[in-house]
Design a binder for this molecule. Structure first.
Ligand SMILES: *Cc1c(COP(=O)(O)O)cnc(C)c1O
Length: 429
């Protein structure tokens, strides 16, 4: 059997044995065997450029060899891998490194809570803490927000595609319009303030206001700094926890370690996951302001809290990339370049596309799901992995590794450019 036939056979195995719920193996129908940096190799030897980055879990690319050295050393030394939330040198190292290099360097002070390994686990913990701390049940979330798919998190997620299968009443969340949702001239923060200050608005006072500073799954919607500061003030005024879900936009994606640094925010709780371990290993964490750490010991538990291997990788990632300003500057610079390239591609087609984003996350809004679908499919056939987002999956989502070199970035952009040209040429004829 040649390799292409073998791949087809293996994909048939997947089809026969794996639940119908599988998703990315449909969108990217290949078998991925090796990866390094921004390049993935398939079983049949095709080279794929990765602009997807594990949905934001691989900000430093695949298999960063300096991080890999730290975890292979750790495994080779028979150090403790699983210890629930017991103290280990790996955990203490991570906490000290995170505290000094990330928090103190930014004048921030938080306690760290290690939650279960997924982003949704951490969101659940954040919401529970805010409800416990305020004695309130309602949470304000925003249109097109995405916070995970467990019951509490999906209640705060906008998309009906995810809400419907929950099969239970998704209660305890009131959705308010995100920045820009009602057009560029409506200040939706004022709308939120009015609803929360009015005794008769029908909106219960919230335990928390939960938001992403840039909505990832929701279509790369960028909130303005002014809007973010207004919402923070509103949260303070109504006695609600101000929670930033930085699961996808944190760990450098927007150019700073935290996506809210640009607006000078001081969130009560910050939710981190995805790229926190720096290696694609599951690790999630809450940052909690001292005075709001209202947990009783053991009150929120979980078997896989702060997995030591992931903590070792996370410590290495911070040591390698965040000791000084250089990496953040580089990310912003590469991001500016990417932004200009995308604007140039869009400009060739009049008003058919819109480009949004900041740092190194951009949405190329095709305004039609079919167009985005065709473009990303063609791109994959040509060797570029890139996914879609937005309420109708109409936005092509650029999420290359923050470490990508200019040559690979250009190569990927050239493939994308070609995929757009072919798609538009076909739709015109
Ligand atoms: C991915 C994501 C989540 C959910 O994380 P999981 O690990 O998939 O549970 C929550 N919030 C945001 C903003 C995300 O991007």
């Amino acid at each position: 059997m040649n390799t292409a036939a073998a791949t087809l056979q293996d994909l048939k195995t997947l089809e026969a044995l794996e639940s119908n719920v599988r998703s990315y193996s449909r969108v990217f129908p290949a078998i991925f065997s090796k990866a390094r940096g921004s390049i993935i190799l398939t079983n049949d030897g095709q080279k794929i450029i990765d602009f997807f980055s594990g949905a934001g879990a691989l900000n430093y690319g695949h298999n960063d060899h300096a991080i890999r050295a730290a975890i292979t050393d750790y495994l080779g030394s028979d150090a403790v891998v699983h210890a629930l939330d017991m103290a280990t040198p790996a955990k203490i190292n991570f906490m000290e490194t995170f505290n000094s290099t990330i928090l103190q360097a930014r004048g921030l002070r938080y306690r760290l809570q290690f939650t279960g390994p997924t982003g949704a686990n951490a969101v659940e913990a954040a919401l529970k803490l805010s409800r416990k701390g305020t004695g309130r049940h309602n949470v304000i979330s925003f249109t097109r927000g995405y916070h995970g798919l467990s019951l509490g998190a999906v209640a705060a997620t906008g998309n009906r595609f995810y809400r419907k299968p929950a099969g239970a009443a998704l209660s305890g969340v009131t959705f308010m319009p995100y920045d820009g949702y009602l057009g560029p001239t409506v200040n939706t923060a004022e709308h939120l303030r009015t609803a929360l200050m009015d005794q008769s608005s029908g909106v219960d006072l919230p335990a928390a206001i939960l938001l992403e500073t840039v909505q990832g799954e929701g279509g790369i919607n960028v909130a303005s700094e002014q809007w973010l500061r207004s919402v923070q003030t509103i949260a303070k005024d109504v006695g609600a926890f101000f929670i930033i879900d930085d699961i996808q936009m944190g760990c450098g994606r927007t150019g700073d370690f935290f996506s809210f640094e640009i607006a000078g925010l001081s969130p009560d709780v910050v939710v981190l996951s995805k790229s926190l371990s720096g290696y694609g290993l599951p690790l999630s964490m809450l940052l909690i302001k001292d005075e709001l750490d209202g947990w009783a010991p053991g009150e929120h538990a979980g078997t896989f809290r702060g997995n030591n291997l992931a903590l070792v990788a996370g410590t290495a990632a911070i040591d390698i990339y965040w000791r000084d300003e250089f990496f953040a500057q580089q990310v912003k610079c590469t991001g500016d370049f990417l932004h200009h390239q995308l604007l140039a591609i869009a400009a060739r087609y009049g008003n058919r596309f819109a480009v949004r984003g900041r740092g190194m996350v951009f949405g190329f809004d095709c305004l039609a799901a079919q167009t985005a679908d065709t473009i990303t499919r063609k791109a994959f056939e040509k060797g570029l992995m890139i996914e879609r987002c937005g309420p109708d999956n109409q936005v092509v989502k650029f999420l290359p590794a923050l470490t990508i070199d200019r040559e690979t970035l250009n190569e990927g952009l050239a493939i994308f450019d070609k995929a757009v040209a072919e798609t538009m040429c076909r739709s015109r004829s």
